[in-house]
Structures are given as structure tokens and as C-alpha cells.
Design a protein around this ligand. Sequence first.
Ligand code: ATP
Length: 203
Amino acid sequence: MFIIGLTGGIGSGKSTIAEHFSALGVPCIDADQTARDVVQPGEPALTAITQHFGPEVIQPDGTLDRRQVREKIFADPAAREWLNNLLHPLIRQRMVQQCQQAQGPYCILMVPLLFENHLQSLVHRTLVIDIDEATQIRRTMLRDNTTEEQVKAIIAAQCPRQQRLALADDVIQNGDEVTATQRQQAVYALHQTYLQLAAQHQS
Ligand code: ATP
């Protein structure tokens, strides 16, 4: 399977662009969803977390109380490290498995922190969704009903825009200056490129 790593900063439009690829029949795997999948009831990771942090991290319906876990690891670096050491390899493994099981010549693996977590080795090529910071802040504030300060703090903790662009194989612009038609054309052009690259990869 030929794997495209789709990434970009908060609110850059990763999900929006992934939907365009989905509409073309390309399987899209979302790392955030995979991260939720590995701690579903019945998963060994959930049992391990319960044993480590206590039954109070489980909600009455049996699902993980993420807020409780966040609070527990907030001021405890050792607990955070323990959790990351448990979950990161599992998430990585599950994402690779999901990509291998996907149908089609290539798939999109959407990983918000692809560069930050040095996960480039999981993918054959990287696609960055790029947006100017003012638009990124405005759209995220609107979507998440959050403050400018909060969005800026998240952006500051992520890979800087220029560094992300320098690491990208491909870029889709998603600012207000790009029309919906232009965006769809950009996706379609890349789709053609990826089909060719996937064919070469298989031969
Ligand atoms: P996150 O990493 O925070 O989950 P994301 O990169 O997946 O975000 P989206 O959720 O796709 O970003 O987009 C962020 C917001 O911007 C959404 O509300 C979306 O509807 C809006 N948006 C995305 N692209 C455009 C566009 N080209 N024009 C206007 N609004 C857009």
C-alpha cells in the first residue's frame, strides 16, 4: 500500500481536504480516531490504564474518562511518559494495520502531528495543508468556540509553518484566496500523481 501522510497545523483544513480525497474513493485513516480506537472498551490498553490510574478513569458506560486522565498526567511527567509509552506504539501499529487493510492503490493517513512526532517513516510521501496564521486562528476560534490566546498557544506548540512547508513533498493551499474549484482541482491533480506513484511503487 502506498501511503500519503496528510498533515497541517490546527484548523488548517486537514479533515476538509481528506473529505475531497474520500469523495474520489481514496481510503482515509484518521490518527485521532485510531488513538480513540485503541482505548475502546475491551482493548488491552484500557485495562492497563485502569490498572495504572485506578477505576476512577472509567465512566459509568465503560469508556475512558479522558478528562480524568488528562488531569492525572498534567502535573505528573512520569505518568505522562508511562501513558505515551503504552499508547504511541499501539497507535502506530494500528495505523499501519489500517493502511495495509485499506482498499485501493493508495491511502491517506491523516496525522496532525506527523512532523512533531517524527512519524515520516510511516508514510511514503507527505502532503501539507497550508494556511496563513490569521485565517487559521479565525477558523479554529469559530469551529471550537475558543479564544485567540488558546489557539495561538496550540500553534506555538506545533511545528512552525515554514518548517512544515520545508518538510512537505506536496502542499495544498487552503486560505480564503483559494476558491472551492481551485481546491478541488488541486486535490484532483495530486490524486492523479498519487495514482501514478502508487503504480510505480507496486511494480
Ligand atoms: P484540526 O487539526 O484542528 O482537527 P483540521 O486541520 O482538520 O483541524 P478542518 O476541521 O478541516 O481542519 O477545518 C477547520 C475549520 O475551517 C472547519 O470549521 C472547516 O469547516 C473550516 N474550513 C476548512 N477549509 C475551509 C475553507 N477552504 N474555507 C472556509 N472554511 C474552511
